[in-house]
Design a protein around this ligand. Structure first.
Ligand code: NDP
Length: 323
């Protein structure tokens, strides 16, 4: 029987992905980081690479893997993979869209409620005994019926919109293109959208196209009664401008799942009373991470059995095949 294909992991994978991966493939678990000499010996045999959404797959790594055939990312975002370098080498990149839409949309709504109603702050208030000594907390802000602006009305953005509709919210969006098939008003820029809403939720991809899209001007347009929620990537928001805006009450508050330099979160942000911070956990449930792991594994299995890939990234689907 043929040897099992060799696969390099470029992230610490959960056991429910690593174990079935090892059953199907010869797995070299982060050998490039832990043992460079051993990695140099096996590098010419590596045919697949897999990791999570934050995994680095730069051109320099692909250069060391002459037999590489496929990169499978367990995550929908793949902004740390050099996709053009992969396509030059005719290497498909796959990701895990759709299976996490509900989970990420749920957390976006959770962060909106948390920051507007100050749920974590209220929890601390009770725990610290302040209810008994200082009485009721200051009044919060209502979310139901408020105006929501979605930056990036893709798969997850639309799942957020469906939930927000159940809260009686009005919905508008921005993105590179107006989607005529969707019933929501379109704004050509994040700044124009921010000026018209109470909650601005970012759910675009990361990378160069969206870098610091949410800047000082957008935050000023959102204004002192507006809340920012970012479940996209930290790079989408100018974090220094956001901290400044929060400190000066240019906006009312922020709910953030992602940061510029994870897992480091600036002390200035952690010191602010009007923010709710979560550690990039929008898809982090047993159910959804299992579904993501299954799809990442199924993409690898499809590739090595010659079947069509289940979910290649759009750049791969749009590539110009030679000839
Ligand atoms: P989609 O590709 O379905 O949607 C992305 C949306 O962003 C589209 O509406 C797209 O619209 C818009 N967009 C893309 N590029 C730009 C740009 N340069 N400027 C403005 N808008 C842009 O992706 P998903 O909904 O599946 O996922 C979105 C992102 O959410 C992921 O890429 C990932 O970064 C993030 N995410 C974060 C998670 C977390 O744990 N916090 C978990 C899962 C995802 P158009 O093309 O018209 O511009």
């Amino acid at each position: 029987t043929a040897a099992r294909p060799a696969v390099l992991t470029v992230a610490k994978l959960p056991p429910f992905y690593l174990e079935p991966l090892k059953s199907a493939f010869e797995v070299h678990d982060r050998l490039h980081e832990t043992d460079p000499a051993a990695f140099a010996r096996i590098a010419p045999t590596i045919r697949g690479v897999t990791g999570g959404g934050e995994s680095m797959v730069p051109r320099a790594l692909m250069d060391q893997l002459p037999a590489l055939e496929v990169v499978s990312i367990m995550g929908v975002g793949y902004d740390k993979v050099d996709v053009p370098a992969a396509i030059e080498r005719n290497i498909p990149v796959t990701h895990t869209p759709n299976v996490l839409n509900d989970e990420v949309a749920d957390l976006a709504i959770g962060l909106m409620l948390s920051v507007a109603r100050r749920i974590p702050q209220s929890d601390r208030y009770v725990r610290e005994g302040l209810w008994a000594t200082q009485g009721n907390m200051p009044l919060a802000r209502k979310m139901s019926g408020a105006r929501l602006g979605i930056v990036g009305l893709g798969r997850i953005g639309q799942a957020i919109a469906r939930r927000a509709a159940a809260f009686g919210m009005s919905i508008a969006y921005t993105g590179r293109t107006q989607r005529a098939e969707l019933p929501y008003p379109y704004f050509a820029s994040a700044k124009a959208l921010a000026a018209e809403v109470d909650f601005l939720v970012c759910i675009t991809p990361g990378g160069e196209g969206t870098r610091k899209m949410i800047d000082r001007e957008v935050l000023e347009a959102l204004g002192p009664r507006g809340f920012l929620v970012n479940v996209a990537r930290g790079s989408v928001v100018d974090e220094a401008a956001l901290i400044d805006a929060l400190q000066r009450n240019v906006i009312a508050g922020a709910g953030l799942d992602v940061f510029e330099d994870e897992p480091r979160v600036p002390q200035a942000l952690r010191d602010l009373p009007n923010v709710v911070l979560t550690p990039h956990m929008a898809s982090a449930t047993h159910e959804t991470r299992q579904a993501m792991a299954d799809l990442a594994l199924d993409n690898l299995k499809a590739h090595f059995s010659g079947a069509p890939l289940l979910s290649p990234v759009p750049e791969w689907q749009a590539r110009k095949t030679p000839g």
